[in-house]
Design a protein around this ligand. Structure first.
Ligand SMILES: *[C@@H]1O[C@H](CO)[C@@H](O)[C@H](O)[C@H]1NC(C)=O
Ligand SMILES: *[C@@H]1O[C@H](CO)[C@@H](O)[C@H](O)[C@H]1NC(C)=O
Length: 418
């Protein structure tokens, strides 16, 4: 960073935008110098504006759009060819600057308590809020089929159990039946209807054909911040503190990419429009929303891995993990608990799914199931189709004499008899 004091008082900052060598039509730009320039400009603006409530204007010059992760789409006042003029919202901009930058500081600081218990400290990331009650909500999305209704019911209940004080909103498209919507309401969701969104790159009837529906979360303008959570997660410990982080905060998936199963975002119609428009050209490495969002938000902030703890064990020797230390939320990759017998995690029975198998995590889900009203249990029944799939996998595991031996367990799941 330059010596900011040398600049004196500033009313306008002009900077050239590095475009990282072009190619922004299809892929997001990942360029450190570009980030540096934006951070220098942002720091200068916040220092000057904060002192005496002044409006500081930013002018970027360049053929590519300035980083919208830092200079929000709403704050763009005018664009004249290669000239981009912004009047930034200082509070939001300042919050971005409180986020750590650089590989040695990426993790949130932790406070250690006794018995290995740790707590993540977000106190230094909060900007004094002009509103006493920031409008914040957990949000999940159900579209195209009812396969995740049970998951969403358990998710709501798991959030409630942590004494969260935030709203809970479920976005549903017309494929979710009235009966299911009633159950979801009873479980603790406020329901809002959406039209699903087609993935521009997906094949017809592919598993990810409608995955872009998730983009609708940006339209929830009645909230300042939203924590999006996929319906195949279960919350074990209160996540409310992570609303202190700005858009976009998430957990690392691999390398520089984040997992889109849990994200803190800031709703904005302008952002939504841009996401819709750019989706026509940008590539998505997996054809789904995760690949796309990773191109659109190349600068993102790290939540602790335990806040979206991916249930995947590439090393065979840790698959039998007997406890889940300090996990805030489990992301059930592979076969979902409600699509399995409750007796054990049926990912054990399929060779290509064994990396997702873990009985302890599986039983944690069923413990939440047991705590919910009996009236909601019928939404988690075992369908003939699910059972057929499991029987086949069990038979194959038995023939191959899988060494974990789960296929030997006598299944007592009462859902079989419903
Ligand atoms: C939630 O609040 C209740 C009542 O105050 C308390 O007994 C319980 O321990 C709290 N649960 C958690 C997970 O903090
Ligand atoms: C797309 O959505 C489907 C169904 O909701 C889900 O099973 C799948 O994991 C999603 N895929 C991606 C790549 O996001």
């Amino acid at each position: 960073m330059p010596g900011f004091d040398d600049y004196g008082e500033v009313d306008a900052v002009v900077a050239r935008v590095p475009c990282g060598g072009g190619g922004e039509e299809k892929r997001g730009i990942r360029d450190v110098f570009r980030l540096q320039v934006h951070l220098v400009v942002a720091n200068l603006v916040v220092r000057n504006g904060w002192r005496d409530d002044r409006t500081v204007v930013v002018v970027f010059v360049g053929s590519c759009r300035p980083m919208w992760e830092i200079f929000r789409c709403e704050d763009l006042v005018e664009r004249l060819g290669d000239v981009w003029i912004y009047k930034p919202d200082l509070r939001r901009l300042k919050q971005k600057l409180l986020m750590p930058v650089g590989s040695c500081q990426l993790a949130l600081p932790i406070i250690k308590h006794g018995q290995g218990k740790i707590e993540h400290d977000v106190s230094k990331l909060q900007v004094q809020n002009p509103w006493n009650h920031p409008r914040e909500a957990y949000v999940t999305v159900l579209h195209s089929s009812e396969a995740y209704v049970c998951g969403a019911i358990a998710l709501a209940q798991s959030i409630i159990r942590t004494n969260s004080t935030k709203d809970r909103v479920l976005l549903a498209d017309k494929s979710i039946s009235k009966r299911s919507l009633e159950a979801l309401k009873m479980a603790g969701w406020k329901i809002k209807f959406i039209e699903r969104i087609r993935s521009p790159n997906a094949e017809r009837h592919a598993y990810n054909e409608w995955n872009y529906s998730k983009l609708r979360i940006w339209q929830l303008k009645e909230y300042d911040k939203v924590m999006f959570i996929d319906s195949d997660l279960l919350v074990l410990q209160n996540l409310d503190r992570f609303f202190a982080l700005p858009q976009l905060s998430a957990v690392g998936n691999d390398g520089v990419l984040f997992n889109s199963g849990l994200m803190v975002i800031e709703p904005s119609e302008c952002t939504f429009k841009m996401l819709m428009e750019k989706s026509k050209h940008m590539v998505s490495y997996n054809g789904g929303d995760q690949g796309y969002l990773n191109e659109m938000f190349t600068w993102w902030h790290r939540l602790p891995a335990t806040s979206n703890w991916l249930k995947v064990f590439p090393q065979a020797n840790i698959r039998e993990l007997h406890e889940l230390p300090n996990v805030y939320a489990i992301h059930y990759l592979g076969y979902k608990p409600w699509m399995c017998y409750r007796d054990y995690d049926c990912n054990w029975d399929a060779m290509d799914h064994q990396i997702f198998a873990n009985d302890v995590a599986h039983w944690r889900w069923w413990a939440v199931y047991d705590s919910i009203s009996n009236r909601l249990h019928p939404f988690c029944t075992l369908s003939t189709r699910m059972e057929l799939r499991m029987k086949k996998a069990r038979a194959r595991a038995g023939n191959a004499r899988f060494s974990d031996g789960h296929w030997r367990i006598k299944v007592k799941d009462p859902r079989k008899r419903q």
